[in-house]
Design a protein around this ligand. Structure first.
Ligand code: CTP
Ligand code: MG
Length: 238
């Protein structure tokens, strides 16, 4: 393990980017979802701890939103990313800001890009992602779709073959040079909801590894009480 403590020493390193600059509008509540607490710890802090505890991750770059300084400080409770930067108006812009910040400081070999809103990340998922990067420039965790998937607005349309559909999660792992170049190529008008589609559009294959149900993104109000139960359950099993 080689823990990077400053941006000055990131050459060749594996850096995790946590995007936490969103407003969590669908989740509602008084504060953005990444700052709400589960088991007494902020959602963002859970994600940070799971990443920083992994032996192959050298440092964390945190992306936050304007006016969130106080909330970030309270949520982080003394945890130290290598840097905290301001994100943009969309997730894609927040990631781009992080990649450009890293590029201006050096040349990491690998980046993992993770949503702060996915607190329960396992080291096994990180292992699978980093393993898959031996043969690909990008790797992402996915889950199969178990429900019937059908088109339609008010009236039922065609049923889609679910066996060829994946639910895509984060963290997503990339060779740094390739994901940076892909982000720079991507059209500014089209908003991408994840980074793997940006790498793919630049002509690279993205490897799929098994995701984890615990990695579900906290998105809607009801997700928080469910997450609290999951967390309490996982703690009593340890
Ligand atoms: N995110 C970000 N910058 C943005 C928008 C989103 O860093 N401008 C981050 C969020 O903080 C979150 C992750 O991207 O950790 C996934 O986005 P999403 O679940 O959509 O979060 P929000 O945009 O905050 O939620 P909503 O869309 O409901 O407002
Ligand atoms: Mg959003």
């Amino acid at each position: 393990m080689r823990r990077v403590m400053t941006l000055g020493s990131i050459d060749g390193a594996t850096i995790a980017i946590i995007v936490a600059a969103g407003r969590g509008e669908r989740a509602g509540g008084d504060i953005p979802k990444q700052f709400r607490r589960i088991g007494g710890r902020a959602v963002l802090a859970h994600a940070f701890d799971r990443l920083v505890e992994h032996s192959e991750i050298d440092g964390i770059l945190l992306v936050t939103g304007e006016g969130q300084e106080q909330a970030v400080m309270e949520a982080m409770g003394g945890r130290s990313p290598i840097a905290t930067i301001l994100g943009g108006a969309t997730r894609q812009k927040s990631v781009r800001a992080a990649l450009e910040h890293l590029a201006s400081a050096g040349s990491p070999s690998t980046v993992l890009i993770h949503d702060a809103a996915r607190p329960f990340l396992s080291s096994a998922v990180i292992d699978r992602l980093l393993g898959a990067l031996d043969d690909a420039k990008g790797a992402i965790p996915v889950l199969p779709v178990v429900d019937t998937i059908a088109l339609g607005d008010n009236v039922l349309g065609e049923v889609v073959d679910r066996s060829v559909i994946n639910r895509v999660q984060t963290p997503q792992a990339f060779a740094f040079a390739e994901i940076l170049a892909a982000h720079r190529l991507w059209s500014a008008e089209t908003d991408a909801t994840d980074d793997a589609q940006i790498l793919r559009a630049a002509g690279h294959d993205v490897a799929l590894v098994m995701g984890d149900r615990m990695l579900e993104k906290l998105t809607l109000p009801e997700d928080f009480s469910a997450a609290e139960k999951v967390f309490a359950g996982s703690r009593s099993m340890r």
